[in-house]
Design a protein. Structure first.
Length: 89
């Protein structure tokens, strides 16, 4: 199991990035959340099996076709098994 904070920068707000991220997370059965930050980045908190997480992070580096991802920063976090869904905040 792995829990990470992913910060995505580029053209990632106003392009349905959060909705696409939620759909991808549900597809992979990832728990956590996604939200826009005031500085224009998107913050993702995600928890899943390590192999699934690698696939999800790879997707975050590309994002939906409507977005342009310039940079992705991944930070490891302590596991939080109380997460039950993946939500847009």
């Amino acid at each position: 199991m792995r829990r990470v904070k992913i910060l995505v920068s580029g053209r990632v707000q106003g392009v349905y990035f959060r909705l696409f991220t939620q759909n991808k997370a549900k597809h992979f059965d990832i728990k956590g959340s996604v939200r826009n930050l005031v500085d224009g980045r998107v913050e993702i908190i995600a928890e899943a099996d390590a192999l699934i997480m690698e696939k999800f992070i790879k997707w975050c580096n590309k994002g939906p076709i409507t977005a342009r991802v310039d940079h992705v920063e991944v930070t490891e976090l302590p596991i939080d098994t109380t997460l039950t869904v993946f939500e847009i905040k």
